[in-house]
Design a protein around this ligand. Structure first.
Ligand code: SF4
Ligand code: SF4
Length: 379
């Protein structure tokens, strides 16, 4: 697989300008014609995490999806649009209407309804076999568990609804979960990934963060190489991302990633806000080192550093999405509001990921506060 990543500047969602930027990015890695042949059925897989307006930067912007669909048609391919979205309560119709995906020019397929096949214990939508090609149209965002979410994690969207929760239950440790994400990405095998980083998300993503103007479109054959460049743009050491560190253990070679188009240095952000859980991960890493010396202390410190979700009753709309999504039933109603049972919580952050009312936050603790202070003395 090619490890070239094309980088194109684009500051606007003006449809024509986005079309030209997406076209140019794909041209840099060989042009769509090397992937799409006349008559091919092509599945376009955006990030459709939740039924919210595109302005919140939670989902791939419809202008980017439309550009990809237009380009597929120019190659005389037949485009389809589909995803298995994370929420269990929002219907597909509402999701597509809210995210403005109803008029993209592609036939919409309900991938949930097609059922799934098992690949070594991982359920993936049968939809992946219905198409000749999959194009991953992902979003530049932060994520509580994986720190950033881009091309690799977008394929996890093709694991149908409640199977996602069972995979969280099966792989409660973040490193194991990220290894599983790599396997899903290999199973889905998108031919091409396009990243919408025109307005991405910083802070406590993937749903509750803040839109951030980044001004970039990325295109790559290899989702890992694309995520590597995305991390660089965010100003992070890519290997702090558990997906990329798991990939390196499996043979991914960051030094072989080749950036095409505009120079990467022009895009690197100095002020990108990582999720609050990133600080927790930093403390946990440090404790991992300490633990080698003082093993008896490790479990206590670990417990102190790991961030537990907490529900803000003032913001909670009692929609039940978090209760239904929690893989270990750690959220139950108490005194009329959902409440997290910290003892059974496995810190998968699905509740945080799926609460579109931003009612799930993280319990601040002293170790993490000290860590943040040390990292950012001015705060
Ligand atoms: S915390 Fe969020 S997801 Fe859970 S019930 Fe309240 S509003 Fe719904
Ligand atoms: S309470 Fe939230 S973070 Fe904890 S296991 Fe349930 S969904 Fe995951």
């Amino acid at each position: 697989m090619q490890n070239k990543v094309a980088l194109i500047r684009c500051w606007t969602y003006d449809e024509e300008k986005v079309y030209l930027a997406v076209k140019e990015s794909i041209a840099l890695i060989g042009g769509l014609g090397i992937f799409v042949k006349p008559g091919m059925r092509v599945l376009v897989k955006p990030n459709l995490l939740a039924a919210v307006a595109p302005e919140r930067a939670v989902t791939t912007h419809p202008s980017v999806v439309k550009a990809v669909i237009r380009l597929i048609k120019e190659e005389k391919g037949v485009p389809f649009l589909g995803d298995c979205h994370g929420g269990v309560l929002t219907g597909t119709g509402v999701l597509l209407a809210e995210t403005k995906m109803t008029e993209t020019g592609a036939e919409i397929v309900s991938l949930e309804k097609l059922g799934s096949d098992l690949y070594g214990g991982i359920a993936v939508s049968k939809g992946i076999k219905e198409f000749d090609l999959i194009i991953n149209v992902c979003k530049f965002k932060t994520h509580g568990l994986t720190i950033l979410t881009g091309a690799v994690k977008n394929s996890f969207g093709l694991v149908p609804g409640l199977h996602k929760a069972s995979l969280h239950r099966l792989y409660p440790k973040v490193d194991d979960f990220c290894e599983m994400l790599l396997r899903v990405s290999e199973i889905v095998k998108p031919a091409l990934s396009i990243l919408d980083g025109i307005i991405g998300m910083e802070g406590d993503g993937p749903l509750s963060g803040d839109p951030k103007s980044i001004g970039v479109i990325l295109a790559a054959e290899d989702p890992l190489s694309l995520d590597f460049v995305m991390a660089k743009i965010a100003g992070l050491d890519p290997l702090v991302l558990p997906v990329l560190s798991a990939a390196v253990k499996k043979g991914f070679k960051p030094e072989e990633v080749k950036v095409l188009g505009e120079p990467l240095e022009k895009f690197i952000l100095g002020d990108f806000k990582t999720p609050y859980t990133f600080a927790g991960a930093g403390v946990v890493k440090k404790i991992g080192f300490l633990g080698k010396i003082k093993t008896f202390l490790q479990p206590y410190l670990w417990k102190l550093a790991t961030l537990k979700p907490v529900i803000n009753n003032l913001k909670c709309q009692k929609c039940n999405e978090c209760v239904r999504a929690c893989p270990v039933q750690a959220i139950i109603y108490k005194k009329g509001f959902p409440k997290v049972n910290s003892k059974s919580c496995i810190e998968c952050y699905c509740c945080h990921e799926l609460c579109r009312y931003r009612a799930v936050a993280f319990k601040k603790n002293i170790l993490v506060k000290i860590w943040i202070k040390r990292q950012n003395p001015k705060k």
